[in-house]
Design a protein around this ligand. Structure first.
Ligand SMILES: Cc1ncc(COP(=O)(O)O)c(C=O)c1O
Ligand SMILES: [Zn+2]
Length: 438
């Protein structure tokens, strides 16, 4: 008998669920122990993996053999997940001149994803494809914005109705775009926790499938392909990985991807995870600092504060009740990484810096990642000779309000007498001064 392509295994009791059809029927829960966390594994010896890496993919479906979809006619794609990594010399120069460090700085350009320009596109593409294969017609999700927007678009492409629960502080651009795709927005009077709670009640009331959040095996399987992409493009895993963190699918998926290919790459290990949060919503950083001060006592991972209705200018990162902290904090600790906070008051300055030095407009959550690089240097978290990846999770089209703040100097004039020729280099010093002043 031919072996099935994949199966799900409970991370708690190892119960096997044969496929996503069964997983959905059993309410995305392990029937044996009730855990929501199962991982996908493949009946493969990964012999083809090295050949696949030599390809020149248009999207992450290049890794179809290692994705939980049986028939490729169910693939839905808008060219996501094969985004480039780029050397950012201006940050390498900065580290050399100011800290005496010779490092490689790599930006991972998730803003270039074809779906909605965020690193949520791969998950939405995989979800839409799996739902198509399993004849799912209705879905719902609570999200701070980017996941919702990506799911709204990809599910709409697959003809699937999607109800989206946005917290009240979500960007109005997200709301409009989701609605424009034809999906239903429920704007919840309350924060992200409240949105998740009502979405769960809605799912139960109408028996509609709901995203299970950061441990959702669909999201994890999609995002793990970033590990494969790094191997394809760089032939290595970076020493340090910097990301703005909200719920933490990023590190969970990287860890899964690396474990998945241990058989053929026994030497691979997780990068040092440097997880960055804005000071307006820094629950994980607070928990980590407390644990660190106490010498990481037994059970430190279960001790974290909860902020009701966090006040942050980056609604994408507004997870005030980080239920995944127990998982993420362990991963971060095991990787010798850390959690760092950045000052939101300087968010626009980081946006301006990248715009000036790279001629690239990034989104606010990406600016948090870039800030994390500077914080990591300040905290002595980067060593000589290392490669440091900064995950740019979103482009500016997700947050037009942010782009509108990046203005440097406009002169109001009424006659040519008030105009002098422009020198592009003149602005540089001012931009850097703003970054470096505290
Ligand atoms: C652009 C961007 N950066 C970072 C994050 C945080 O992602 P994670 O789920 O890994 O915490 C998100 C999503 O919440 C995001 O959209
Ligand atoms: Zn179980």
């Amino acid at each position: 008998m031919k072996k099935e392509k994949y199966y799900l295994k409970c991370t708690n009791c190892e119960h096997i669920t044969p496929d996503f059809g069964s997983w959905f029927e059993q309410n995305q829960t392990c029937p044996q122990c009730g855990s929501k966390r199962s991982e996908v594994w493949y009946n493969s010896d990964y012999k083809e993996f090295q050949y696949i890496l030599k390809g020149n993919p248009e999207n992450f479906w290049q890794y179809f053999y290692y994705l939980p979809l049986n028939r490729n006619e169910n693939i839905i794609t808008r060219n996501e997940g094969a985004v480039p990594v780029q050397r950012w010399w201006f940050l390498e120069d900065f580290a050399r001149e100011n800290y005496g460090l010779n490092i490689e700085v790599i930006a991972y350009r998730n803003d270039l994803n074809g779906g909605t320009g965020t690193f949520k596109d791969v998950a939405a593409a995989l979800a839409a494809s799996i739902f198509k294969e399993n004849d799912i017609k209705q879905y719902c999700v609570a999200s701070t914005g980017n996941t919702a927007t990506a799911y709204a678009r990809y599910l709409a492409i697959a003809g699937i109705s999607c109800s989206v629960f946005l917290p009240e502080d979500a960007l109005s651009a997200s709301e409009a775009i989701i609605s424009a795709f034809g999906q239903q927005v429920f704007r919840v009077k309350g924060d992200y926790s409240k949105a998740k709670q009502i979405a769960a009640e809605y799912a139960k009331k109408y028996n509609i499938l709901i995203s299970t959040g950061n441990i959702d095996p669909i999201r994890v399987e999609a995002k793990k392909t970033m590990v494969f992409e790094w191997l394809r493009q760089m032939d290595k895993i970076p020493d340090v990985y910097i990301q703005a963190i909200s719920g933490g699918t990023g590190p969970i998926a990287i860890d899964k991807g690396i474990r998945e290919i241990k058989g053929i790459y026994p030497e691979l290990k997780n990068p040092r995870f440097i997880m960055v949060q804005p000071d307006g919503c820094d629950v994980m950083v607070q928990a980590w600092e407390k644990a660190q001060a106490a010498g990481f006592p037994e059970g430190f991972e279960n001790d974290y504060p909860i902020i009701e209705s966090p006040k942050t200018a980056i609604p994408t990162l507004a997870t005030g009740n980080p239920a995944t902290y127990p998982i993420i904090s362990k991963l971060v600790k095991d990787s010798n990484g850390t959690f760092l906070r950045m000052k939101e008051s300087k968010l626009v300055d980081y946006g301006k810096l990248v715009a000036y030095e790279r001629k690239l407009i990034i989104g606010p959550a990406s600016a948090v990642s870039v800030a994390g690089f500077f914080e990591a240097l300040k905290h002595g978290q980067i060593n000589d000779g290392e490669s440091v990846m900064i995950n740019l999770g979103e482009g500016f089209r997700r947050a037009p309000e942010f782009a509108a703040q990046l203005k440097n100097e406009t002169k109001e004039i009424s006659s040519v007498d008030e105009c002098q020729p422009h020198q592009i280099d003149r602005i540089r010093q001012k931009i850097w001064d703003n970054i470096l002043k505290d």
